[in-house]
Design a protein around this ligand. Structure first.
Ligand code: CS2
Length: 463
């Protein structure tokens, strides 16, 4: 028997949603209803317990709709630590739609959230500018039914303006630098390319783009996870997501139409997320990417396994290279944060695949590793651990059995038949990733060549 509103009473009572899902009203449209949203923002929204519900929109795949719609949007979250698994059913997602964000025009909707991964924004990762030459963006600008997230969002905002539905907050929940400001810029560039001046003015006066820092490790769900969920909740559930006990959400408090009381669920509302964002992207995501590339190259299937071999690289990257670049807020214990990250990465129950984290490196490197390299170079230092991580990516580009990256063809063509020195030079010459400065820095180049040569000989010898 399958999880749904009519079978929910069969779920053990302590695992059921705190509010009756049937009484929850849609106030949020979420673009990109994948596993991360379901284990993070949906959980915070449910735990705020003030009756806000979510309309989840999937742009790319119908699979998630097929999983969740027959279950009335209900799904279980398995929270795994090294020693135990807890399960709960979340009821905050009240509706699912495929490629249809038209609810953005409704007055009852006051918040739009997004988790579409880095590449979903169709921006240039080095500059944060919209790629106006992107095929999807061009089609959306031409008036086709929108396929890109920015196109869909702008179409929804235009309809909202037409309906005079009032102010709304658009909340980017992806791991981008200054994610709110970046998204506002992309929307602005898209609108500027449309022949509709008043829309830009309306957006400026009615739409906020608060930045946020999101953190929770959410590996892809496996068939074993589905079996475990069935055992725990007593029903079939094809929408199960798996995560860790830790969760963090830091949000700029700029919601002109109101918002759920996320602070009641443990979110931190603040005037400026920048210091938290820089810490999270450079420490967590930077170290995560380092473990992913070195681990994948050494044949480690999971991040936890990569920790057993390259935990020291992750630690030195954080403490030697990243820590000196950080502006740490008062009362924030960086050493404890670093240790907590190492423990989280080592969680053996998560089975977070190295190849999953290794995906889309071209979109991730700038904010995770290159910012650290730039700042250390400006201070006259030699960021050898961050360079080792980038060299890990370079080697992965050369040898990955299947390179999952929107720039894969270009990257593979650049490295074909190249020596380690040539690989470094050719990849550094891609300005969309490395900007125009790093290839001029002879120290960076030498660090990368040295690391790549060592990785090429033996990934075991790199640390
Ligand atoms: C990971 C992140 O896949 C990746 O690139 O580094 O998704 C990471 O798990 C989250 O940012 C943790 O909050």
């Amino acid at each position: 028997m399958r999880l749904s509103l009519s079978t929910l009473a069969r779920v053990p009572v302590e695992m059921r949603p705190p509010l009756d899902p049937a009484g929850v009203r849609i106030g949020i449209v979420h673009l990109g209803i994948g596993a991360f949203h379901r284990a993070h923002q949906a959980v915070f929204t449910e735990d705020a317990r003030d009756g806000w519900g979510i309309c989840g929109v999937s742009q790319r795949s119908r699979a998630v709709i097929d999983e969740l719609a027959p279950q009335d949007g209900l799904y279980s979250v398995l929270i795994k630590s090294a020693t135990r698994v807890d399960a709960r059913v979340v009821g905050a997602v009240r509706e699912l739609r495929f490629a249809d964000a038209s609810r953005i025009a409704e007055p009852a909707v006051r918040v739009v959230t997004l988790t579409v991964t880095e590449k979903g924004y169709r921006h240039d990762p080095a500059t944060g500018r919209l790629r106006l030459d992107d095929e999807g963006i061009r089609a959306d600008l031409g008036g086709a039914p929108p396929r890109t997230v920015v196109g869909q969002l702008v179409r929804g905002l235009a309809a909202r303006r037409g309906a005079d539905a009032g102010p709304v907050a658009v909340v980017c929940c992806d791991n981008l630098s200054h994610n709110g400001r970046t998204l506002a810029g992309l929307v602005g560039e898209f609108v500027a390319a449309l022949p509709d001046e008043p829309l830009a003015e309306w957006i400026a006066s009615h739409v906020s783009f608060p930045s946020t820092v999101v953190d929770r490790i959410v590996p892809a769900t496996t068939p074993e996870d589905l079996a475990e969920a069935r055992r725990l909740i007593g029903l079939d559930d094809f929408g199960t997501v798996v995560t860790e006990p830790f969760k963090q959400w830091v949000i700029e408090d700029d919601f002109p139409g109101g918002r759920p009381a996320w602070e009641k669920a443990g979110a931190q509302l603040t005037a400026d997320v920048t210091p938290y964002e820089v810490i999270k992207l450079r420490m967590l995501n930077g170290a995560h990417s380092a473990l992913a590339y070195l681990g994948a190259l050494a044949g480690c299937e999971t991040i936890a396994e990569a920790m057993t071999r390259f935990g020291e690289v992750a630690r030195r990257l954080m403490s030697d290279d990243v820590a000196p670049t950080l502006d740490v807020p008062d009362g924030f214990d960086l050493a404890a944060y670093e240790q907590q990250l190492l423990d989280r990465f080592a969680n053996p129950a998560l089975r977070h695949r190295t190849v999953q984290v290794a995906m889309d490196g071209s979109q991730k490197l700038p904010q995770r590793l290159l910012a650290t390299i730039r700042e250390r170079r400006a201070a006259g230092a030699e960021p050898r651990w961050a360079a080792l991580a980038v060299a890990g990516w370079m080697r992965w580009v050369c040898v990955a059995p299947w390179l999952e990256d929107p720039m894969a063809d270009r990257l593979r063509a650049a490295v074909a038949g190249a020596s380690p020195e040539q690989v470094v030079d050719r990849l550094l010459a891609i300005p969309e990733i490395f900007g125009d400065d790093l290839r001029e820095d002879t120290v960076v180049r030498a660090l990368l060549v040295d690391a790549l040569e060592r990785i090429t000989v033996s990934v075991e010898g790199v640390a």
